[in-house]
Design a protein around this ligand. Structure first.
Ligand code: GGG
Length: 357
């Protein structure tokens, strides 16, 4: 029996609603032939916790999470708290302190799901974005001087280290080799304008590429990459980009494959010295919070990525197939995919399919 200790942080907005379905599915997979069992430690951190304590998580929050095998995270954000406070108070410290430098965001146009792009059919879009996850434009480096005067001065510094840049680029190439397919890795920068950090990134990309001569490579400026993701998303296999650029690109990739509610994300500490974290790409979604209509499939796919990371690839594949079947059958879907089902009903449907198979 493989037993895993999972830290669960539902967070804000629709986070608790979709995490409940992730857990429902995990429980359905536990026991029996799977040989899996899960212990959950729940952490009520996020914006309500901030209102009570002045902090998004306790000072020793990172230490509390360290011994878990993985972290399942919902969303962070609150209409009444500035986004930079919520993001820098909870999600970004976890990514940095646990050295989760490799963020993996797959996007696939499933059978049964309509792309907003004309003429795209199932499988036409099948790409994986590798996002540098601990530095770049998200580094909390900068300052503000002379506030409230005409001399007000603000600086925000991007940070690109050789270790972080090589690590994410190598992860993208290694993924291609593992998939054992002839694939292309597209690196996305803006090195014509950002002549230090992004020129450096381009150089590291070329260096690392020499280790993988069997993999085709391409370097694009981010404006061109955005255009191509909308007009020809089928040309991409694996993309690798900085923290900010990949965040934006992954939202585009999610919507062209039908819904933000389908996009999962893995924040990986490749050295396995710290727990990795799994979450939907979408945020708190205040507009639909409490309505019971958030799509839980992004979270359920993130659970599949978590199982795969834990070495439970058979269970991960079974769960991926259940998600694909739920989408293809189109019987129980949330409104973002044209259905009328609730979040809980979609979770129940995935469990039903799992039991049937
Ligand atoms: N589940 C993801 C989430 O809560 N996202 C909120 C957000 O603002 N994320 C920004 C980021 O991931 O860079």
């Amino acid at each position: 029996m493989a037993e895993y200790n999972l830290a669960v942080i539902p967070g804000d907005g629709v986070g608790p609603e979709v995490i409940a379905e992730g857990r429902k599915v995990l429980e359905a997979m536990a026991g029996g032939a799977s040989g899996l069992s899960f212990n959950y430690a729940d952490y009520p951190w996020g914006s309500d916790y901030y209102r009570e304590t002045g902090m998004l998580m306790p000072e020793d929050g990172i230490e509390q999470l360290q011994s878990s095998d993985a972290i399942l995270f919902g969303a962070v954000g609150d209409p009444n708290i500035p986004d930079h406070i919520t993001l820098h108070g909870l999600l970004l410290p976890m990514r940095r302190r646990f050295d989760q430098g490799v963020c993996i965001r797959p996007s696939y146009l499933y059978p049964g799901v309509a792309s907003p792009l004309a003429g795209k059919k199932a499988g036409d879009i099948d790409l994986v974005l590798f996002r540098e996850n601990t530095e770049g434009e998200y580094a909390p480096v900068g300052g503000r001087l002379y506030g409230g005067t005409p001399y007000e001065t603000v600086m925000q510094t991007n940070v690109f280290t050789r270790r972080g840049t090589e690590r994410i680029i190598r992860a993208a190439f290694e993924y291609c080799v593992r998939r054992n397919k002839m694939m292309k890795v597209t690196s996305v920068t803006k090195s014509n304008a950002q002549s230090f950090g992004m020129v450096f990134w381009d150089e590291v990309f070329q260096d690392v590429a020499t280790e993988f001569p069997q993999v085709e490579t391409e370097s694009l400026l981010v404006d061109r990459a955005c255009m191509d993701l909308v007009r020809w998303p089928e040309i991409f296999d694996v993309m690798v980009a900085s923290n900010l650029f990949a965040d934006i690109l992954s939202d585009i990739a999610a919507v062209v494959t039908g819904s933000m509610g389908l996009a999962p994300s893995a924040n990986i500490n490749p050295e396995k010295e710290h727990p990795s974290m799994f979450e939907p790409v979408h945020g708190a979604a205040f507009d639909i919070t409490g309505k019971g209509i958030a799509n839980p499939l992004a979270t359920i796919s993130a659970v599949a990525m978590m199982l795969d990371h834990l070495g439970e690839s058979t269970s991960a594949q079974k769960l991926d197939e259940a998600v694909a079947r739920c989408l293809n059958e189109r019987r129980v879907l949330t409104p973002d995919l044209g259905g009328t089902a609730t979040t809980g009903q979609v979770g129940d449907e995935v469990v039903r399919i799992l039991r049937e198979t």
